[in-house]
Write a protein that binds this ligand. Sequence first.
Ligand code: BGC
Length: 339
Amino acid sequence: MQLTELPDPTPGTDELLVEGIAVGVCGTDKEIVRADYGWAPPGRDRLVLGHESLGRVRSAPGGSGFSAGDLVVGVVRRPDPVPCGACARGEFDSCRNGRYTERGIKELDGYGAELWCVETDYAVKLDPRLADAGVLMEPTSVVAKAWEQVRRVGERAWYEPKRALVTGAGPIGLLGAMIGVQQGLDVHVLDRVTDGPKPRLVEQLGATYHHEDADEVAGKLEPDVVIEATGAGGLVFSAIRNTASFGVVCLTGVSPSGRKIPVDAGSVNREIVLENDVVVGSVNANLRHYRQAADALAAADPDWLRGLITRRVPLESYQDAFEARSDDVKVVIGLDGSR
Ligand code: BGC
């Protein structure tokens, strides 16, 4: 990982030129830095990092609906070139052939730069009040999609969920809990820590925080919905085993392979079948989910959102953002010199 001077980008005719405000750091960025994930653009051996963006438009093509000063976020994924049936319909988050590209992750430079360009079709305008917290847009789009998946799966029969359990109180878990609360659900969040910002953020949302054993918590709650945001095998199976009848478990956490845990596969299968349960995986987000996320953020308490960003690191100290501290929730790198 390196901080490098690059030539200023020149926007194409359908592109915005954007001054970066901040870029969020997540587990995927850390995997890329460890060379466990990520792809440089073809023919190059380096990639500009950053997929959780926030910036201010410097220039926009006339008639594009954007103008200088707008607060914007760039969409992460682009459709595959074939395109597959899903990408052809704007559902590039469900690309079937794996040839999609992703800014800052897969073959396209990211948004971790003082100046970046983005196609107007892949830029999303944010409420001007979100200048401090709009960098949470991309992770919010991921959970907006997860909740949409849950609803669509649920609606295959009568569906009025009451109780949701979110496993993991990182940014994805907390933003997932926020959307659950906005939907009027009784939301419970499970994490390991007993103090620090996470329990407080959960309580401020009006949700209930738990830190006890997963089977015990989930077994008592019997949630209608689980948003799993850790990728930890034990939690995943605990969630699957403990839902109410017709339960939907949405998996959003990416886990390393190679960790083994004993599972009573027969009883897991039996319960899923006899209760019409569903386990659904969810990754990335399309433009519809970004719009849902923009609405969710606009409806949220701006102070609560700011509280999720527990560390703002100036660009010169970018390496600090990649070192985990015990009370981190979301760490962001400031790109505009203001923080
Ligand atoms: C990003 C997604 C992306 C996924 C896989 C996640 O960290 O939020 O947008 O699709 O990584 O590359």
